[in-house]
Ligand binder design. Structure first.
Ligand code: DHB
Length: 311
């Protein structure tokens, strides 16, 4: 079975990678991803300065997924850029993604300038959808602000840029965001970040299960798959064909990977399930994906990618 694919000019052994936030905060974790069956990987969403994040407990695995309010614990962009520059020196052909976020627009521009001036030439993922910082609404739910940030960013940022989007729940919002994105030289969108500000209750203790924000946190895993697939499909149908879609959300099996690809994803990210299973998850998902493709008579991903049928 041929699971090979490509992301722009990068040939890849398969379509899998981690979702930012999971198993990518420490250099040791990034090295484990590099050594895993994931075809590529992304670093923890970084702010310019290191952050400790929100008080614990701030992540909970659930029967149907996960809830988190991590609050952007990270070692700061210079830590991740140093790792990425070194990795590129060792293996110049290797694809890696650098995820970043800003608390203010000026922080975003300072970070993009730092990446622009670095020797890192991989893909930068601008996260406009972190739901977990008290007092900071998700940028990508503010369409005018998103437009303004992209307009300024592309005056100086010349390296490949993707955008991590939150889930949208209305066709008018898909239309509006796609119209904005189509006016800029972005390379990809990543759908979806967690479904923001869910609340999970522990029946026995009558308490929320995480501490920050009174228990409100981003939902991930199986319970978000249908929303993720809808967002992948909606943006694939609306974006310029040269803008790729990365599918993220609810991947627990090879069948889920297949569905993301069918809806138009070029790469598929694994978050909650990677947290639960560790990097061995990638081999399991690939084995399951290959079995499904074989049963269906497909010899390569290109034969079904983006070809969802409608009734
Ligand atoms: C965090 C959560 C997110 O969903 C995200 O996109 C970035 C950061 C966090 O809480 O650390």
């Amino acid at each position: 079975m041929n699971l090979a694919t490509n992301f722009f000019d990068y040939p890849l052994e398969n379509c899998l990678m981690n979702a930012s936030g999971v198993h990518c905060m420490e250099v040791s974790q990034l090295e484990e991803l590099a050594a895993s069956m994931a075809a590529t990987y992304v670093t923890k969403t970084a702010t310019m300065a290191p952050r400790l994040g929100n008080p614990e407990p701030r992540y909970r695995d659930l029967p149907q997924g996960s809830i988190n309010s991590m609050g952007l614990p990270n070692h700061g962009l210079p830590y991740y850029l140093a790792y990425l520059e070194k990795a590129a020196e060792k293996e110049p052909q290797q694809l890696i993604f650098c995820s970043l976020v800003g608390m203010t627009t000026s922080e975003i521009f300072a970070e993009l300038k730092m990446v622009q001036e670095s020797s890192f030439n991989g893909f930068t993922e601008l996260n406009l959808s972190c739901p977990n910082v008290p007092g900071k609404p998700q940028v990508a739910y503010d369409f005018a602000l998103t437009d303004k940030i992209l307009a300024e960013a592309f005056t100086f940022f010349k390296k490949p840029l993707g955008i991590k989007l939150p889930p949208y729940f209305d066709l008018a919002h898909f239309d509006e965001m796609a119209e904005i994105l189509n006016r800029y030289p972005i390379k990809y969108v990543n759908c979806i970040n967690s479904i923001g500000n869910g609340l999970v209750v522990d029946l026995a203790t009558e308490a929320a299960v995480i501490k920050p924000k009174g228990g409100f946190g981003g939902l991930g895993g199986a319970m978000v798959k249908a929303t993720a697939l809808a967002n992948v499909r909606a943006f694939r149908e609306r974006l310029r064909p040269d803008i790729a879609v990365i599918g993220t959300g609810g991947v627990t099996s090879g069948a889920d990977v297949f569905e993301h690809l069918l809806c138009g994803a070029s790469l598929v990210q694994v978050g909650t399930q990677l947290h639960q299973e560790g990097p061995a998850v990638f081999q399991r998902l690939l084995t399951e994906l290959a079995a499904i493709m074989k049963e269906k008579g497909y010899q390569s991903i290109a034969e079904f990618q983006g070809k969802l049928q409608t009734l």
